[in-house]
Design a protein around this ligand. Structure first.
Ligand SMILES: *Cc1c(COP(=O)(O)O)cnc(C)c1O
Length: 431
């Protein structure tokens, strides 16, 4: 499609957008009385309007039924979390039995490490990407120390090449080859949080398995953003947070995927609790743990229902729309944003650079833009003028036009505000 950087063209794309009515299903903050241009759905997704109704329902059941709500609420609390597995299984490409929702992301990565990081003898190394999300780095380092090793001897970081912004698949595969049978685990973020680069999870998972390692994925920036096929890719385990592209609310519960070949395994190490024991006998309060026959065996505690409610509300929207439609709009809106950025860059003489891969197969919703010069001032200008983005040191803003609620007109308007900001900044500098 031949794009144009005009309001008429952007509005035409909006009219043709199959998802346009969903914009109205979300609540937008305002700046100077105007609805913002929201680019931080990769950090905290907007509130779906139906979330309140789901939360209110739990509040009502709690007030009217109190403890009886566990079994007699309209959506009983004792198995409330199981309602999330079906819609999530479609989002991440899994069987519902392979999904469980609990805790938060870093907690779940720790719990999954109990099962999938089992260093022995010569095989104890972990391969991850350099500059992984800090929480993942702290998680890995502390796990390694917990097992009595020095992180320096254990954690092998895949590096980017000098002067390049993204990882090359051949470098990842070479590292996996090199470490070979010393590798116990490969654990990478499926979509890099900084650049938005999407990894070839199928190929990397296979390469990890070929050397006898477990392979897990942190899908914080992938779930609800890109098409996933965790079951067919044979991924061992994965976890994600739900408050980014899945719009479940601040700090909300994480989801886990555990491949079915690990279900019903007696010898798998795991930290256990009463919500992981068989439903049939759970309330007999027996001393023996009888694991649920699915990923729910990893559950520990009774679920935080008030948190699950808006997550379920949001998944209902994903059920209606489906990942295929989201991905289709995503590709178009991200390409349009890329086009607008390049047009503005021409007009203002190259003051920024997109560091996200230009190949649509290697990116999702996010474009990371490296601002040359006084980037922080420009970022602040955008925020003051109703463009919500985020700043990542040393000089990057991340733009994620979530296909559920961002419009093509937003992209055009953003370009105009960006241009104004750059021109103002340069005129101030020359004054
Ligand atoms: C957002 C994010 C997290 C956040 O972890 P929480 O435990 O939910 O605070 C972790 N890892 C990655 C890669 C992330 O992008």
């Amino acid at each position: 499609m031949q794009f144009e950087n005009t309001i008429e063209f952007a509005q035409r794309l909006d009219q043709e957008d199959q998802l346009r009515r969903y914009r109205d299903q979300f609540l937008f903050p305002k700046v100077n009385g105007k609805q913002v241009i929201y680019f931080t759905g990769n950090s905290l997704g907007l509130q779906p309007k139906n979330a309140k109704q789901y939360v209110d329902e739990v509040m009502r059941d709690w007030s009217e039924l109190a403890v009886e709500g566990h079994f007699y609420a309209e959506k009983p609390w004792w198995d409330y979390h199981e309602r999330l597995a079906q819609p999530l299984s479609k989002i991440v490409g899994a069987k519902p039995e392979e999904i469980t929702v609990m805790n938060t992301l870093t907690v779940n990565l720790h719990l999954l490490m109990v099962s999938f990081y089992r260093p022995t003898g010569n095989r104890y190394k972990i391969i991850c990407e350099e500059k992984a999300f800090p929480s993942d780095q702290y998680m890995l380092q502390s796990q390694v120390k917990f097992h009595g090793y020095n992180p320096k001897d254990v954690i092998v970081e895949i590096k980017k090449r000098e002067g390049e912004h993204n990882f090359r698949i051949e470098d990842i595969l070479n590292t996996i080859q090199e470490i070979g049978d010393e590798c116990a685990l490969v654990l990478i973020g499926g979509v890099n949080y900084y650049t938005g680069q999407v990894f070839d999870m199928k190929t990397i998972t296979k390469a990890g398995h070929d050397i006898g390692a477990f392979v897990g994925w942190d899908l914080a920036h992938a779930a609800g953003n890109i098409k996933l096929d965790l079951h067919d890719w044979n991924v061992d385990f994965a976890a994600w947070c739900s408050y980014k592209y899945m719009n479940s609310g601040p700090g909300n519960a994480s989801g886990c995927f555990i491949h079915e070949r690990f279900h019903n395994k007696q010898d798998i190490p795991r930290f256990e609790g009463w919500w992981g024991t068989s439903k049939e006998t759970r309330f007999l309060m027996k001393p023996e743990f009888e694991p649920m026959p699915n990923a729910d065996a990893w559950q520990l505690s009774n679920a935080p229902i008030l948190a699950m409610a808006p997550y379920l509300a949001s998944l209902q929207l994903f059920e209606e729309v489906g990942m295929d439609a989201l991905v289709q709009k995503r590709d178009l809106i991200v390409s349009y944003l890329e086009f607008v950025l390049k047009e503005i860059d021409k007009e203002v003489e190259s003051s920024f650079e997109i560091i996200t891969p230009s190949n649509p197969k290697e990116r999702g919703t996010q474009l990371s833009v490296f601002l040359h010069g006084e980037g922080k001032k420009l970022f602040e200008y955008l925020m003051k003028n109703g463009v919500i983005t985020d700043w990542r040191e040393p000089n990057v803003i991340r733009l994620a036009p979530a296909p559920f609620y961002c419009s093509f007109e937003d992209m055009y308007n953003f370009g105009q505000i960006l241009k104004e900001g750059i021109l103002k900044k340069t005129s101030q500098l020359s004054n």
